[in-house]
Design a protein around this ligand. Structure first.
Ligand code: DX5
Ligand code: ZN
Length: 231
């Protein structure tokens, strides 16, 4: 299957991925244009099924409504119990990267294989209390590891201090693999916590409320990028 993903390979540059979970959905198109014009690198789409996490969010229809309307690669985070049900629908809808949770029910290797076969990039996410070593068997197929710095389910939570150690350990695992794999951190990222994440080894940052709930999302995004780079 041809790789149709717009997601670039890991390149050492810090990438900022605003999460639309915190956007004003009444004006989602405007919100996406705002962050795109502010220099966002990707758009993070949080998919929640009400089982893996106690919240319900978006389906493939939201991704297909964004597909082709924004130049931002669509970084889709599947917080779902059975990712195998959703890989093809989200790939068809235009996802450029699909991230599944290692803690989900379905077989991880098979889910990652399905993602790659659908022509998009593959990510694997771990919760704050999951042993990072568990990602090791999958490194050969991964384009991204998503280290959660909050327990998944809601935007607006505080960055967990133990996340720094998780990020450091995943960075060591990725570097030891010698593969170009993004290390994305997600949850409670703002201008204060962004440098903690990048100093620990993250090279992609998801920020939802710190951007979309800010009085000036453009300034907020730039402050996060500046803080993340000044380490
Ligand atoms: C949480 C989601 C995060 C969240 C980030 O389950 O995976 O992407 O939306 O939101 P903030 O940046 O507000 O913590
Ligand atoms: Zn997320």
């Amino acid at each position: 299957m041809k790789n149709t993903s717009k997601m670039p390979r890991a390149n050492g540059k810090i990438s900022i991925a605003p999460s639309i979970l915190s956007a004003d959905l009444y004006k989602l198109g405007e919100e996406v244009k705002t962050v795109e014009n502010a220099g966002a690198d990707w758009l993070h789409v949080d998919v929640m099924d009400g089982h893996f996490v106690p919240n319900l969010s978006f389906g493939p229809a939201v991704v297909s409504s964004l597909n082709g309307k924004t130049n931002l690669p669509l970084d889709v985070h599947l917080m779902v119990e059975e990712p195998l049900l959703f890989i093809e629908p989200f790939a068809k809808a235009g996802a450029d990267l699909l991230t599944v949770h290692i803690e989900a029910k379905d077989d991880v290797a098979f889910a990652l294989e399905q993602i790659k076969n659908s022509g998009v990039k593959a990510g694997l996410s771990i919760k704050p209390d999951t042993d990072p070593e568990r990602i090791t068997p999958y490194l050969d197929v991964l384009d991204l590891v998503l280290v959660m710095s909050v327990y998944p389910g809601f935007g607006g939570q505080a960055f967990l201090p133990e996340a720094e150690d998780q990020i450091k350990r995943v960075r060591q695992i990725i570097n030891a693999s010698g593969r170009a794999i993004w290390l994305e951190t997600d949850g409670g990222i703002n201008a204060q916590t962004a440098p903690l994440a990048t100093r620990a080894g993250a090279d992609a940052l998801v920020a939802g409320s710190a951007i979309f709930k800010a009085a000036d999302p453009v300034t907020a995004l730039n402050q996060i990028r500046q803080a993340a780079s000044d380490i």
